[in-house]
Design a protein around this ligand. Structure first.
Ligand SMILES: Cc1ncc(COP(=O)(O)O)c(C=O)c1O
Length: 386
């Protein structure tokens, strides 16, 4: 049987660089020791640039969803009105969390595959005619591969009502985009470890401004493990309120070193070059893209095969013959789209593998020769970057 190196191209988890793996395998230290304090102090600081924040970033030992939940429990009081932008499966997750705890939840639905229309959203909240405490939105909606205009939305919200807290879920793009919470008027920006931050799963990150920090201390909604005040109090002592994932904290520091070596601007440019190259390649294979260019995420690309059978054939052949794992659709897009994740430890040359495998598979399936067509388009785009 012919065998190829496995290539993980899902929108998380993503491949973990050796430097990070090695760091996570260092001998264990006590989590209440000065050894861990040194690790934690470095981690809280080192991760700040990728969130574009001045404040030290909270790190929770739990998956990304915990930060979605915590960003409600620490911002909204039980009777508050909150607004959720639902543009895919992860907007839905915000909605499910909100409906678990709150009565006054307002949903602004966006067609899956589209970005939020900011003026239409402002019209929506104007018509609600209630005091809104917080607005929740994805940065990248992973299920559709849309990168929302979070800066435009932040500016519009601020001029609509500067008291509203703006919470952004950056789980699937922080580490690959030019995030900046002050510039974009974001109050809380959350993420997870297993995507563009290229760690194994298991950590959640929370960046916040001073206004949000103050709010955490005033909110009365019951919470225990997810009480940000506990994390902030411990953070001031270079510690965590509960047993942290020591290995992954070391991984955070190894990650930050990798970013520093490459230069964060280069990291971002690499993601955008891969996005643009891959989109050209997919078009050359007559595959429709779900998202228009303007809102295409640099971390994941969604495309629409010509039929359900073609979709299944592509996904199965990539896996069984070429050891390449990509993702299907979620929710009502299941069976309609495929998604290629390209964040974290992905070089433009890794993507050559999936592009060439797609050429072979689709040529066979459609009984035509597409060999070289997508690769040429891909190289034409990425050559400017490499
Ligand atoms: C945008 C977004 N939000 C939240 C989550 C949930 O994170 P986790 O699966 O780590 O709980 C994901 C995971 O894919 C995501 O992509």
């Amino acid at each position: 049987m012919k065998q190829y190196h496995p290539l993980l191209l899902t929108p998380g988890p993503t491949p973990v660089p050796d430097e990070i793996l090695h760091a996570t395998q260092e001998p264990m230290v006590g989590h209440r020791s000065s050894d861990f304090e040194a690790i934690a102090q470095e981690a809280f600081q080192a991760i700040k640039p990728v969130f574009g924040t001045e404040n030290e970033v909270m790190i929770l030992t739990s998956s990304g969803t915990s930060s979605l939940e915590a960003s409600m429990l620490n911002i909204a009081n039980p009777d508050d009105h909150i607004v959720i932008i639902v543009s895919g499966a992860f907007g839905n997750r915000f909605k499910q969390i909100a409906e678990t705890y709150y009565q006054n939840v307002h949903i602004f639905d966006v067609e899956w595959g589209q970005a939020v229309d900011v003026p239409a959203f402002i019209d929506f909240i104007t018509e609600l005619n209630v005091d809104i405490t917080a607005v929740y939105c994805q940065y990248c909606e992973t299920s559709t591969a849309v990168l929302h205009p979070v800066g435009e939305l932040g500016a519009a919200l601020k001029s609509f009502d500067e008291n509203i807290y703006y919470i952004v879920d950056g789980v699937s793009c922080i580490g690959a985009v030019d995030a900046n919470i002050a510039r974009d008027n974001i109050d809380v920006l959350i993420s997870g470890s297993q995507k563009a931050i290229m760690l194994p799963p298991g950590l959640a990150f929370v960046a916040y401004n001073n206004r949000a920090k103050q709010r955490f201390s005033e909110v009365t909604t019951p919470r225990f493990y997810l009480d940000f005040n506990k994390y902030l109090k411990s953070l001031a002592d270079n510690s965590t309120p509960f047993t942290p994932n020591v290995a992954l904290f070391r991984g955070v520091n190894a990650y930050a070193q990798l970013v520093e070596q490459e230069g964060f601007d280069n990291v971002i440019a690499r993601h955008y070059a891969i996005r643009d190259g891959l989109r050209s390649a997919l078009k050359a294979l007559d595959l429709d893209l779900l998202v228009e260019d303007q809102y295409a995420s640099p971390t994941v690309t969604a495309f629409v095969p010509q039929s359900k059978d073609e979709l299944a054939y592509i996904k199965n052949e990539l896996k069984s013959r070429f050891s390449i794992t990509i993702a299907g659709g979620q929710g009502h897009l299941k069976g309609q789209i495929l998604r290629i994740g390209h964040m974290g430890k992905i070089s433009p040359f890794d993507i050559l593998q999936v592009v060439s495998a797609l050429e072979i598979i689709i040529s066979e399936y459609r009984n035509t020769s597409l060999i070289g067509k997508a690769l040429t388009q891909y190289m034409e785009v990425v050559k400017a970057y490499v």
